[in-house]
Design a protein around this ligand. Structure first.
Ligand code: NAP
Length: 370
C-alpha cells in the first residue's frame, strides 16, 4: 500500500511490456507515489525514450508526469544492473515493487528464460530486503496451472499453490511456477501479494491491442491466408486496462499475503475470436490445424504467416489442444468479491469489445482494411 501522506515511491519492472505501461498509468492515477521504472537501454536517454514510446502506444495519458521516472537497469544483472549508489538510494526511497518484467515467450527453453523469470525475481526479492522492507507485488500467470487438470486438479482457485507437474511441457509455465513459489517462500520476511492474469487482451475502452501479442499475430495470419484453424481451446482472459486497474486497486488494500486471479469469470472460447473476425467482415474459412499449417507454409512470403510458423510451438500449444487435454476450471470468486468492494466491475470481452479491437488493429494497419 502506498501512503498518500508521504512522498512515497514504488519501483515497476516490465514497464515497457504489454501490461507495464497500463500499470504505470494506473499507479499514477490511483496513488500519489513516484513511479520508478526499471528499463533496459544503452543509456538513460534511450531508456527514457523507450518507456515514453511504449506508454504512448498504450495510450497512457501521463507521459509528462514528473512522478514517472526511469531507472536504467536489467533484471538479469547483479543488483538490477544499477550503480551501487543508485541501488542504495532507490532501496531507501521505495516502499513497494511491482514486479511485472518477464519473458513471456511460450516457445522458449527453460534455460533461456530462467535467468530472467527466476533470476530476475530473486533480484527483486533481494532489492525488497535491502535497506528497507518493501512490499512485493508479483505478477505471476495462470499459466502456472496449464496442466493442473491432468495433475489431479480439475478446478483451481486463488488458494491453490502450483507445483512442477502442473507446468506440463511449457517451460515458460515452469519458470513462472518456480518464481511464484520463491515469492511465496519470501513471505516469511517480506509482505508479498501475487496476481495471476490469464491471457491479457487489448484495452476495453479503446480497443488498443499490442501487435506483438500472440492472439494478434494468430488473427493476422488467419486473415492473411483466409483460413482459421478449428479449435476447442479456451483460455481465461481479461482486457489489459482491467488487469492494471484491478491490480493497483488491490495493491492498495492493507492486507498482504493474498493471491488474486485477474480474469473474467467466463473463459474465452478461442474459436469465438475467429467468429468475431468474420462478424467484423473478414472472410475466414475453417480448417483443421494441419491444413492451416500447410496454408501458412504455402504463404511464407507473407510476414504474418512466417511469424506464426516461427512461433509454432506456442501457437500449437494454444490452439491444438489434444483430444484428451482438459483445461482446469479457474475460479476467481474471491478476487471478484474484493474488486466488487472496490467498485471495479469485471468486463466481458464480447463482440462489442472485439469490434473496438478490430477497429484499432485496422486503423493501425496491423490488419488489412475490409
Ligand atoms: N501477456 C499475457 O497474456 C500474460 C498473461 C499472464 C501473465 N503475464 C505476466 O504478466 C507480466 C507482464 O507480461 P507482458 O505481457 O506485459 O510481458 P511483455 O510484453 O513480454 O513485456 C516484458 C517486459 O519485461 C521486460 N524485460 C525483459 N527482459 C528484461 C530484462 N533483462 N531486464 C529488465 N526488464 C526486462 C521487457 O522489457 P524490454 O522492453 O526491454 O524487452 C518488458 O518491459 C509477466 O510477468 C507475465 O508473465 C502475462
Amino acid at each position: 500500500m502506498t501512503d498518500p501522506r508521504k512522498n512515497d515511491a514504488v519501483l515497476v519492472t516490465g514497464a515497457t511490456g504489454t501490461l507495464g505501461p497500463y500499470l504505470c498509468a494506473e499507479l499514477l492515477r490511483q496513488t500519489r507515489a513516484t513511479v520508478y521504472c526499471l528499463v533496459r537501454g544503452t543509456d538513460q536517454v534511450r531508456a527514457q525514450a523507450r518507456l515514453r514510446a511504449r506508454m504512448r502506444k498504450a495510450a497512457a495519458p501521463d507521459l509528462e508526469s514528473p512522478r514517472l521516472r526511469v531507472v536504467r537497469g536489467d533484471l538479469t544483472e547483479h543488483r538490477l544492473g544499477i550503480t551501487p549508489a543508485e541501488y542504495d538510494a532507490l532501496a531507501e526511497t521505495t516502499s513497494a515493487v511491482y514486479h511485472c518484467g518477464a519473458s513471456t515467450n511460450l516457445a522458449a527453453g527453460y534455460d533461456d528464460i530462467a535467468p530472467l523469470n527466476i533470476g530476475g525475481t530473486r533480484e527483486v526479492l533481494g532489492f525488497a530486503r535491502h535497506r528497507r522492507t518493501k512490499t512485493v507485488h508479483h505478477v505471476s500467470s495462470l499459466g502456472v496451472f496449464a496442466e493442473a487438470h491432468s495433475a489431479g486438479h480439475p478446478e483451481v482457485d486463488e488458494q491453490d499453490i502450483p507445483s512442477a507437474p502442473m507446468a506440463g511441457s511449457i517451460d515458460y509455465s515452469g519458470t513462472k511456477i518456480t518464481s511464484e513459489l520463491e515469492v511465496r517462500q519470501a513471505a516469511t520476511d517480506l509482505p508479498v501479494t501475487i496476481y495471476r492474469p490469464g491471457l491479457i487482451l487489448g484495452d476495453s475502452r479503446t480497443g488498443a491491442t499490442d501487435p506483438g501479442e500472440l492472439f494478434t499475430r494468430i488473427l493476422r495470419a488467419a486473415i492473411t491466408v483466409g483460413l482459421a484453424p478449428t479449435t476447442a481451446a479456451q483460455a481465461p482472459v481479461a482486457p489489459v486496462d482491467y488487469v492494471a486497474r484491478a491490480l493497483v486497486a488491490l495493491s492498495q488494500l492493507p492486507a498482504t499475503g493474498r493471491t488474486y486471479h485477474l480474469i473474467e469469470p467466463i473463459p474465452l472460447i478461442i474459436s469465438d475470436l475467429f467468429t468475431h473476425a468474420r462478424n467484423y467482415g473478414h472472410r475466414l474459412d475453417l480448417c483443421d490445424t494441419t491444413s492451416w499449417r500447410r496454408a501458412l507454409d504455402d504463404n511464407q512470403a507473407h510476414s504474418a504467416a512466417a511469424t506464426i510458423i516461427s512461433f509454432w510451438k506456442s501457437v500449437h500449444y494454444l490452439l491444438d489442444t489434444p483430444a484428451d487435454y482438459q483445461a482446469p476450471h479457474v475460479h476467481s470468486r474471491a478476487t471478484r468479491r474484493a474488486l466488487a468492494s472496490l467498485n471495479i466491475p469485471c468486463p466481458t470481452s464480447d463482440q462489442a469489445f472485439f469490434t473496438r479491437v478490430f477497429d484499432h488493429l485496422t486503423a493501425t494497419r496491423v490488419l488489412p482494411a475490409l
